[in-house]
Design a protein around this ligand. Structure first.
Ligand SMILES: NC(=O)c1ccc[n+]([C@@H]2O[C@H](COP(=O)([O-])OP(=O)(O)OC[C@H]3O[C@@H](n4cnc5c(N)ncnc54)[C@H](OP(=O)(O)O)[C@@H]3O)[C@@H](O)[C@H]2O)c1
Length: 284
């Protein structure tokens, strides 16, 4: 619970200075009139365990976990909740009252809440969903779509074997589609989600032709630097509804703050504007 002491939280990653989380969380400290700070923690893999074990003695309420620590952290924390276990990665660590560490994953929550905020009529069961990518972000998206009763989820990844592994692991509505068939696989899709790093600043656009995608299909990107990726720009130009990835990051503050400080912050347009102002747009 937030009390009269200095509140501490942060994000562990390597690299970590690109993260917009400090801007986001420090805005919330100010907005809620709380004394505290949220710091970027540049932790190389060999120091992850020591850094996590240092959270409790240093008085941290917890931390977020980003690239490349999400899977390793799962094996270090003392308690792993069901969501993190199913996704196979942790995005958030909570220091419990007894000093032990709990691991959870708020990526899936952030993804769904963001889609619903930007497209309130969206239903996962409306038709086939195509997920491009098979990394940590893809796992959270696939988990959340399956939890929302999607009936068919096609996973497509450059390294096709990884898509097959995810299909086997999640089972049910999830199937793997070969990378070479990615353009055709969009034919009757109701939703397309990019979870690869393609389209991110410094990376080329995702190599995907949208010609066969119905113009009614919802196109989402979880990349949020830039906010409008080349994929989203191309989708918007042909009339598809789109959802950008920034809100996925924003909505994750809600379960994190609830667990760390006992507060449920709101994801307001002002909060989004504060973070968005720090992200450069890229011409398409
Ligand atoms: N908005 C949010 O809150 C949020 C949350 C999580 C992640 N993200 C973003 O999502 C992106 C991916 O993150 P992650 O954690 O899932 O990364 P990751 O685990 O490293 O996975 C990267 C994915 O990108 C694919 N990829 C890489 N280079 C490619 C290329 N040249 N062509 C096609 N596919 C390629 C990889 O395919 P291979 O398997 O073939 O290598 C893999 O599927 C990052 O931009 C990250 O910032 C955003």
């Amino acid at each position: 619970m937030a009390g009269d002491h200095f509140l501490l939280a942060g994000v562990m990653g390597c690299p970590v200075m690109h993260s917009r989380s400090p801007i986001l969380h420090n805005y919330l400290f100010r907005q809620h009139g709380l004394t505290g700070t949220y710091v970027p923690l540049a932790i190389p893999p060999e120091h992850l365990e020591g850094a996590l074990r240092g959270l409790a003695p240093l008085g941290f309420s917890g931390c977020n976990i980003t690239i490349p620590h999400k899977e390793r952290a799962l094996a270090i924390v003392d308690h792993v909740d069901e969501v993190a276990k199913r996704i196979g990665a942790t995005s958030c660590v909570v220091v419990r009252q007894d000093g032990s560490l709990g691991g959870t994953n708020n990526d899936a929550f952030g993804f769904v809440q963001n889609v619903l905020q930007q497209q309130p009529a969206w239903r996962a069961g409306a038709g086939p969903a195509v997920v491009i990518g098979a990394g940590g972000g893809a796992r959270a998206v696939i988990y959340s779509l399956a939890e929302c009763d999607a009936r068919e989820i096609r996973v497509i990844n450059r390294t096709s074997a990884r898509a097959g592994t995810l299909a086997k692991e999640f089972g049910g509505p999830v199937s793997g589609v070969a990378w070479e068939d990615r353009h055709r696989a969009l034919k009757d899709a109701a939703m397309l989600v990019n979870t690869t790093s393609q389209g991110m600043v410094g990376q080329p656009p995702l190599d995907l032709a949208l010609d066969t995608l119905p113009t009614t299909a919802l196109v989402c990107d979880i990349v949020y630097i830039p906010v409008e990726t080349p994929l989203l720009a191309a989708a918007r130009r042909r009339g598809n509804p789109t959802v950008d990835g920034l809100g996925m990051l924003l909505h994750q503050v809600r379960p994190a703050w609830k667990a760390w400080f006992g507060i449920d912050p709101q994801v307001t347009p002002e909060l989004r504007a504060v973070v968005e102002a720090t992200i450069p747009a890229i011409g398409h």
